[in-house]
Design a protein. Structure first.
Length: 132
């Protein structure tokens, strides 16, 4: 019976192995690199609570679903009165980032909502939100 012992130092000293490892790690066909190249061509938008305006908040359509989303947050006396519209999926219709609960230093829990049909898409947290 033959016993072989794995020797990492000996393997790493082999130029063919090291070259193969470097080429494999830098291969541009990974999905992350391809997606990154697609995203690089789109502008980056940054916003915070100050960018969300009452005039862009479609209250009649969103008020019931925003109220429902607030039930999952900390109890608060304030109801959201502003939104930041941004077309996330490039379908020509904006999705709305609504600050649900904000702290004293600017961090907010932002609810993301869509119209037609009206639905809650999810929640993000931060003082600044960056979207493509």
């Amino acid at each position: 019976m033959w016993r072989t012992q794995f020797n990492a130092t000996r393997l790493l000293s082999c130029p063919l192995f090291v070259t193969s490892l470097v080429l494999l790690a830098s291969h541009p066909s990974s999905a992350q690199n391809q997606r990154w190249r697609e995203i690089q061509g789109h502008p980056l938008t940054k916003f915070d609570w100050n960018c969300a305006l009452p005039s862009t908040y479609p209250q009649s359509e969103l008020a019931p679903i925003v109220k429902d989303a607030l039930k999952r947050e900390r109890p608060t006396e304030d109801t959201p009165d502003r939104a930041f519209p941004f077309d996330l999926n490039h379908d020509g219709k904006p999705e709305y980032f609504v600050p649900l609960v904000c702290g004293a230093v600017g961090n907010c829990d932002w609810g993301v909502f869509a119209l037609s049909p009206t639905r809650f898409l999810g929640k993000v947290n931060g003082q600044y939100v960056f979207v493509h």
